[in-house]
Write a protein that binds this ligand. Structure first.
Ligand SMILES: *Cc1c(COP(=O)(O)O)cnc(C)c1O
Length: 379
């Protein structure tokens, strides 16, 4: 591993399998179907493993749906491709209809516009409407689909009963890194507003944001909530986590390029918070670094900055027992979800390679990036 060129993301298959086994336990005990939200984790070289457990993928539009069909659900009728977009375009919808098993519409308008057309192309496709239950305790506005003026989902006031002749299901997505209590709060409001329509439905999709694989998540309670819901309304239940699939399954490994001093010691790394760990700035949160403490906790404190010209491209301040040197590796923990799916080539900085640590301990560099990946997006 010491010979690998940094930066790289390394996904550990054994950790991924551990998450998948827990998610599968939830499926088997509760009867829910769990599908992967590609938005959060789309390292498709791991899909041969993922599809041993999960029932399909949910995609946010044509490109993710194509990936789901090609790399996950190819030639297997038991694996499902679900597609949801805040709004579909004429130029995409026919192909989406051909490759999707479920199409979820964001508004009655969009549903009326496309329902007949997609059914003519694919009479097996199941249609659903995304509901905005207007109840969420999401920790951050940027991740709150039920916040003030949210465009995501149909509120009760905007619900048009004429949708009922087209749909088999209802979706909501209202959580972000949350526990079962938050789900129960959403369900209470969702049921109070919409349960009168459940008798027309084959399934209810509880969206993502369930932090099932996080230590301390009450898995047994979730199973109970799902079983009760299924029994009460006689519907199938879907969950579509992204983060919980990739949660703590690997690292972003970088190298120290230089150490400069300006009021404090600052290490410049061959990666970037802005380009390679975007949620650390968007959420924001402080990524853990292996072997480090808080600033000042251990003897030598450094600020970590990215190798871009953005002043705010800072990962945070970290301390170590031993001084850092140029060439040392810095390992950011838990950098597999919402990282490479969001990366940019800002500043022309090289994209981190994608590496899989297989269960037999072999290391596969599955993708390396270079100048063409930068140039190819420009003209
Ligand atoms: C983002 C998203 C998900 C996945 O959310 P996680 O927080 O990664 O579990 C699922 N469904 C929808 C509609 C989403 O937008």
């Amino acid at each position: 591993m010491n010979q690998l060129k940094t930066p790289y993301y390394m996904c550990e298959e054994s950790l991924l399998r551990k998450n998948l086994e827990l998610l599968d336990y939830v499926q088997r005990q509760s009867g829910a179907k769990i599908i992967l939200a590609l938005k959060g984790f789309a390292m498709w070289s791991t899909f041969p493993l993922v599809k041993q457990y999960l029932k399909g993928c949910t995609s946010s539009g044509l490109h993710e749906a194509l990936l789901a069909r090609e790399e996950f659900a190819k030639d297997n009728k038991n694996l499902e491709v679900h597609t949801y977009s805040p709004a579909y375009k004429d130029e995409d919808i026919d192909e989406i209809a051909r490759i999707s098993d479920h199409i979820v519409f964001n508004s009655p308008n969009q549903l009326f516009k496309y329902a007949t057309r997609v059914k003519e192309i694919n009479r097996h496709v199941s249609l659903s409407l995304r509901i905005n239950p207007e109840q969420s305790s999401s920790p951050k506005d940027i991740y709150n689909p039920c916040g003030l003026y949210s465009r995501l989902g149909t509120t009760l006031a905007n619900f048009d009963e004429r949708v009922l002749e087209h749909i088999d299901g209802l979706n909501f997505h209202a959580l972000c890194e949350q526990d079962v209590d938050a789900l129960e709060d959403v369900l209470e409001v969702f049921e109070a507003k919409f349960s009168k329509y459940f008798k027309n439905m084959k399934y209810i999709n509880f969206g993502g944001g369930h932090h099932i694989t996080k230590k301390g998540y009450d898995v047994e309670k979730l199973i109970g909530v799902i079983k009760e819901f299924k029994a009460k309304y006689n519907v199938d239940v879907y969950l579509e986590p992204g983060e919980a699939v990739g949660w703590q399954t690997g690292t972003l490994v970088s190298s120290v390029l230089d150490i400069v001093h300006n009021g404090m010691d600052i290490a410049i790394l061959d990666t970037s918070a802005e380009a390679h760990m975007p949620d650390t700035l968007a959420m924001p949160y402080r990524a853990m670094v292996r072997g480090s403490g808080e600033a000042g906790e251990k003897r030598y404190t450094y600020r970590f900055g990215g190798n871009t010209c953005l002043a705010g491209d800072i990962m945070g301040d970290y301390s170590f027992e031993e001084p850092l040197h140029v060439g040392d590796k810095v390992i950011f923990e838990d950098q597999i979800h919402y990282t490479f799916v969001k990366n940019t080539t800002f500043n022309g900085i090289k994209l981190p390679s994608l590496v899989i640590l297989r269960e037999d301990e072999t290391v596969d560099v599955i993708k390396e990036f270079g100048y063409q990946d930068y140039k190819g997006r420009l003209s």
